[in-house]
Every structure is written in structure tokens, then in C-alpha cells.
Design a protein around this ligand. Structure first.
Ligand code: AMP
Length: 283
């Protein structure tokens, strides 16, 4: 496995790979790898000849009051996991390689970034779109792989790739969960034992809502009220949003007709957790 930290060296190496006729899959991450990340890599290994993993805790996607400084990091452990899962190249640039002095460009996706997480994290998706554009330009992958755990992020990247004619296939991978249902996340590390117990309210409230939907409930306001009530029974929880929205535009809907997205963000103690579920009442 190669480890590269300079953009120019990475561009050169990826150009050689393309010249040799091989395809490249890119999995962008912020590291502290867990099985959710590894699933994206397995998908990449399957879909392309060469698998590139990027590890970069991107400062521009964190708000001033957010956890950039304390975000968990474990480069040694990450490299071992990457090697085991069959990554060919790790791109792990330092911050000043990605944002050298004088940097002043932003990629802004409008519309869909104003919903859900965009409401409480202003500028977050500008940071995501900008860093992903840079990674795309550095690696120029044929395929890029993202998790549906961050469904809005995946939607933003798909929109950006289409709008800017980026010739890259964007793949979404289903959320990988702990055995008890909690969506895997690097931030789960912040939870103490009691908070970890309460964190189950996200997936359990989704299951509860799916039960109601199965029984025929289609009214979004009633469903959201039931979900809120369910979550607030758990200690340490503070709901940021509960949304049932169009799965493409992410705009709120009144009634579930065919497909929809159920998206939840809850603070458990100080830890902000999200979960998403694709609803499909046509099957
Ligand atoms: P992060 O390191 O949190 O920025 O995540 C890097 C990529 O892994 C993103 O595309 C995430 O959506 C994806 N990811 C994170 N957690 C999971 C999970 N539990 N299941 C599937 N994909 C995930």
C-alpha cells in the first residue's frame, strides 16, 4: 500500500494508473475508520482496479463551535485497517497542503444544502463540496463512494457532480450498523455508557415509525410527532430535527406517497448523531 501526502505526487501517480488503462475508485473519509468506512472500501475494491482512500479531517466543514480540534484521529490504526481491506493508495494530506496560504475558492451547492443539517450547520456543505471537488481533481477517479448514513451529503455530491459535469460515477452504500442498530460513526466514541444506551433512540424511533407506516399511516406531521415523543423519552436527548422529506429534493412533504426520506438529528449529551432511512411504500 502506498501512502502519499502531496497533491502533485498523487496527481502524477493517478495519471500513471489511468494511462495504464486501469480504473480508480475513491473513498473520501475523515479517518478513525470503522466498519462503515470499510464497507465503502470493499465496494470500491469490487468496482474498480485501484482503490484510493483519502483520510483528511477537513477544517472547512466544521463550524466554529464544532469538534474539529477534538475529532478522533488514529492514523496508525487507520493504515492497518486500510491495508487489511485492500486499499492500494492512501492519500493523507496535511491541512496546509489542501488549503495553502492564499486559498480563496469555495464550491457552493444551493437548494438542498439549505435543508436538514444545513439549517444548523451553516457552511458545512460548502466545506464538504469544496474538499470533495479538490479530492476529485487530485485523484480524478472513475467512481467515488459515499455512505447513505450521510444521505444529505450523498445527495449534495450527486447534485454537484451532475451540475458541474464531473465525469465520476457516485455510488451510495447502505448504512452499516452496530448489532443493536446504532449507525456506526466515528463520533460514537464520544458517548459514555448511559449516552450510548440513549443513542439507540434514533434507530428505534425509525423502526417505530416504519411500524406505523406499515399499518397505513401516511401523514407526515403525525409521524413526526410520534417520533419526537418517542425520542424525548430517552435521557440526555435533544432533538435537532425530525424530517420526512422528498428523497431527491429533500424538501418537506405533507403525505408519504411513494418514496421519502426519514432523517433525524439528535444531540445525545454533547454528541450530535444523525440517522436516515429511505422509505418506500410502493413495495
Ligand atoms: P466520515 O469519515 O464520517 O466523513 O465518513 C466518510 C464516509 O463514510 C462518508 O461517505 C460517510 O457517509 C461514510 N460512512 C460513515 N459512517 C457510515 C456507516 N455507518 N455506514 C456506511 N457509510 C458510512
Amino acid at each position: 500500500m502506498e501512502i502519499i501526502d502531496k497533491a502533485a505526487a498523487m496527481q502524477k501517480r493517478c495519471e500513471e494508473i489511468r494511462q495504464s488503462g486501469k480504473t480508480i475508485a475513491l473513498v473520501p473519509t475523515m479517518g478513525f475508520l470503522h466498519d462503515g468506512h470499510l464497507e465503502l472500501m470493499r465496494e470500491g475494491n469490487w468496482l474498480a482496479d485501484i482503490l484510493v482512500l483519502s483520510i483528511f479531517v477537513n477544517p472547512t466543514q466544521f463550524g466554529p463551535a464544532e469538534d474539529y480540534q477534538t475529532y478522533p484521529r488514529d492514523m496508525e490504526g487507520d493504515l492497518q485497517k486500510a491495508e487489511e481491506v485492500g486499499v492500494d493508495i492512501v492519500y493523507a494530506p496535511p491541512v496546509d497542503e489542501m488549503y495553502p496560504e492564499g486559498f480563496q475558492t469555495k464550491v457552493i451547492v444551493e437548494g438542498i444544502t439549505k435543508q436538514l443539517c444545513g439549517l444548523s450547520r451553516p457552511g458545512h456543505f460548502d466545506g464538504v463540496a469544496t474538499v470533495v471537488t479538490k479530492l476529485f481533481n487530485i485523484v480524478k477517479p472513475n467512481i467515488a463512494i459515499f455512505g447513505k448514513k450521510d444521505f444529505q451529503q450523498l445527495t449534495v455530491i450527486r447534485r454537484m457532480a451532475r451540475d458541474l459535469n464531473m465525469d465520476i460515477e457516485i455510488i451510495g452504500v447502505p448504512t452499516v450498523r452496530e448489532p443493536d442498530g446504532l449507525a456506526m460513526s466515528s463520533r460514537n466514541k464520544y458517548l459514555n455508557a448511559e449516552e450510548r444506551e440513549s443513542a439507540l433512540c434514533l434507530k428505534k424511533s425509525i423502526d417505530m415509525a416504519l411500524g406505523l407506516i406499515n399499518e397505513g399511516e401516511r401523514d407526515v406531521e403525525r409521524l413526526k410527532a410520534s417520533i419526537r415523543e418517542f425520542i424525548l423519552k430517552y435521557p440526555f436527548t435533544n432533538i435537532e430535527y425530525v424530517s420526512i422529506c422528498d428523497h431527491l429534493s429533500l424538501e418537506e412533504i405533507g403525505t408519504i406517497k411513494e418514496k421519502a426520506l426519514l432523517a433525524i438529528a439528535v444531540k445525545v449529551g454533547k454528541t450530535r448523531l444523525i440517522d436516515n432511512w429511505e422509505i418506500d411504500v410502493t413495495t
